[in-house]
Write a protein that binds this ligand. Structure first.
Ligand code: ISE
Length: 334
């Protein structure tokens, strides 16, 4: 029997998750859809054969729903994740788990009370082949000890008037999570530097340059540039004491004509990480069926990412180095 998934929130990401679950992920079907925009819900339901619900809290509990994807607006994530946990149903929540630390901790408390993992958080880069290859190279030992991680995260254009804090909580949060995942340790301090504003900054401090410190002393620098203009460009280089491994923007083709070579640059994250999203959903559905824990980020990872992002936002305002303190990790997440 396929896993019957209810999707809450079918904007850009939710609609894509519904499409993938319906057409490309094996062992799943979309049985229920909710969105604050009934027309959007109806369109996605029609294309995936799902039922439209007008109350997401009822959707979560209904017997026609085995598992839940939460892709609604960030501030609503906590309530829907808590409802899924209360119903004993696996839930994959788009990042962030919650925009605030308190909300993340409430989810952790609820999951610890249940006593087993139900919550996965959609940091899809953990399923990107490039990042998986970097992790494999590091774990393999040939490179030696990690010293630094250089990250570039550029969007072509972001919403005008974007709050500077969203560069951190909405974008750099991916580097915060992937650094923790690659290095397998927590981040304990952060300093934010502010270069000249880019032409497209429109009032936002854009770009930003973050320097994060891991518990063992690895330095992670992140250039976050929301209005780079030319395209979506995510890069990562791990520098270790015997070598480096780096991820550049994968390009399917290079065009050579009239003495020039050109390669396309993705327009945004969706084409760049399309395969990672598919693999993330396939892993999650597989784990829902088998009962095994997903390789996705856990509620603890979601909390840690939000906690570091919040401290980074404070560091951006103060211009000083800020330390990150986390409580002991509950046994459920060790
Ligand atoms: C967006 O919200 C995402 O989550 C993308 O993965 C990220 O690359 C982009 O910068 C964010 O705006």
């Amino acid at each position: 029997m396929p896993v019957r998934v209810g999707v809450i929130g079918v904007g850009v990401m939710g609609a894509e998750h519904a499409r993938l679950l319906h057409r490309e992920v094996g062992g799943s079907e979309v049985s229920a859809v909710f969105d604050v925009d009934p027309a959007r819900a109806s369109a996605v339901a029609a294309s995936s054969g799902a039922q439209v619900w007008d109350d997401p809290m009822v959707l979560v509990k209904d017997e026609s729903v085995d598992a839940v994807v939460v892709a609604s607006s960030d501030p609503t994530h906590e309530q829907f994740v808590l409802a899924a946990v209360a119903a004993g149903k696996p839930v994959l929540c788009e990042k962030p788990l919650a925009p605030d630390v308190a909300g993340c901790l409430r989810v952790i408390d609820a999951e610890v009370t249940v006593g087993h993992r139900l919550v996965s958080v959609g940091f899809m880069r953990r399923f990107d082949q490039g990042y998986l290859a970097i992790k494999e190279a590091l774990v393999g030992g040939e490179l030696g000890r990690a010293l630094m991680l250089h990250c570039v995260h550029r969007n072509a254009r972001n919403a005008p008037g974007l709050e500077t804090s969203v560069l951190i909580s909405g974008s750099a949060v991916h580097e915060i999570d992937i650094a923790r995942w690659l290095l397998e340790e927590e981040l304990v301090a952060v300093t934010v530097h502010t270069p000249h504003r880019g032409a497209g900054a429109t009032g936002t401090q854009d770009p930003l340059f973050l320097v994060l410190e891991s518990a063992s002393g690895v330095l992670v620098d992140v250039e976050i540039f929301a209005n780079a203009g030319y395209g979506y460009d995510v890069r990562c280089e791990l520098v270790a004491d015997r070598g480096t491994v780096s991820l550049d923007t994968p390009s399917a083709i290079a065009v050579r004509v009239a003495g020039q070579v050109s390669q396309g640059v993705p327009a945004d994250w969706r084409p760049r990480f399309a395969e990672a999203y598919r693999r993330e959903l396939q892993d999650w559905v597989g784990c829902v069926r088998s009962g095994k824990s997903s390789r996705s980020a856990s509620a603890w990872d979601g909390y840690a990412a939000t906690q570091v992002a919040q401290v980074t936002i404070e560091a951006q305002v103060s211009g000083r180095r800020h330390e990150v303190t986390l409580p002991d990790k509950p046994a459920l997440y060790r």
